[in-house]
Design a protein around this ligand. Structure first.
Ligand code: HEM
Length: 206
C-alpha cells in the first residue's frame, strides 16, 4: 500500500490511470455522437455535458489543496495541473460547441450574447480567465514568472470558480438545486482557503 502511494509509483501508475479516467466523459461523448445517440437536440446535449464536466474539473482542482491539508496526503498536489488542464480541455470543447455549432463561428453573434445575456457574460469571463492559467501551467512558466507572481496569477482560479458557478445558476431557470449544490461546494472550498490564509497571517504576525 505504502509502495503504491509513493510519489514515484503515483507518477508511474496512478497518474496515467487518472488521466485515462478523466478522458472518460470525452470518450462517452464521441461514442454517443458516433452512434447518433445524443438525444433530440445533440448540440444542447454536448453543450450541457461539456459544461458540467468543465465545472466538475474546476471543483476537483480547487478541492485538491484542502483535501491535502485534511488528509496530510501530499501527493495529491501531483494532480492539480492535470485536473486544471482537463477543466480547460472540457471548457474549450464547451465553448467551441457553442461558438461553432450554435454561432457558426460568427464573432458578432458571440459578442451580442456576451454583452446581453448575463449567464453568457459569466461563462465567457470564466473561460477567458482559464486561458492564461492553462498556458502558464508548465515548470518553465513558473521559472519565468517567479514563484510568487505565478501563484498570484493562478489565484484567478477563485474568480473562475465563482464566475462558473454564477454562469450555471443563471443558465438554469427553473430547478436551481444542482447549481446551488455546486455553488455550496465552491463556497466551502474557498472559505477553507481564506480561513487558512488568515490564520497563517495571524500566526506569523504574532
Ligand atoms: C469555465 C467556463 C464554463 C463553465 C464551467 C460552464 C459550465 C456550464 C454548465 C454547468 C452548463 C449547464 C449544464 C446543464 O444544464 O446540465 C452550461 C451551459 C451552457 N453554457 Fe457554459 N460554461 C462555461 C463557459 C461557457 C462559455 C464561454 C460559453 C459561451 C460563450 C458558455 C455557454 C453555455 C451555453 C449556451 C449553455 C446552455 C446550453 C443549452 O442549454 O443549450 N459556457 N455551462
Amino acid at each position: 500500500m505504502v509502495i503504491l502511494f509513493s510519489p514515484a509509483s503515483i507518477r508511474r501508475y496512478v497518474k496515467p490511470a487518472v488521466f485515462v479516467a478523466a478522458l472518460g466523459p470525452f470518450t462517452w461523448l464521441v461514442y454517443n455522437a458516433f452512434f447518433g445517440d445524443l438525444g433530440v437536440n445533440p448540440v444542447e446535449t454536448i453543450t450541457n455535458y461539456t459544461g458540467i464536466w468543465t465545472l466538475r474539473f474546476i471543483v476537483l482542482t480547487l478541492a485538491l489543496t484542502p483535501l491535502r491539508w485534511l488528509t496530510g496526503f501530499n501527493p495529491l498536489a501531483l494532480f492539480r495541473r492535470m485536473f486544471g488542464l482537463f477543466a480547460f480541455f472540457y471548457g474549450t470543447l464547451h465553448f467551441m460547441t457553442y461558438f461553432i455549432l450554435d454561432h457558426s463561428l460568427e464573432f458578432s453573434g458571440l459578442w451580442d450574447d456576451v454583452v446581453k445575456r448575463p449567464y453568457i457574460t459569466a461563462g465567457f469571463t470564466a473561460f477567458v480567465l482559464m486561458v492564461p492559467l492553462a498556458f502558464t501551467s508548465t515548470q518553465g512558466w513558473i521559472r519565468r514568472l517567479g514563484g510568487k507572481r505565478w501563484a498570484l496569477l493562478h489565484r484567478l482560479i477563485y474568480v473562475i470558480a465563482l464566475a462558473a458557478a454564477l454562469h450555471y445558476f443563471w443558465k438554469v431557470k427553473l430547478d436551481t438545486t444542482n447549481p446551488l449544490y455546486y455553488a455550496a461546494v465552491i463556497a466551502v472550498l474557498l472559505t477553507a482557503r481564506a480561513v487558512r490564509t488568515l490564520s497563517r497571517r495571524q500566526r506569523s504576525a504574532a
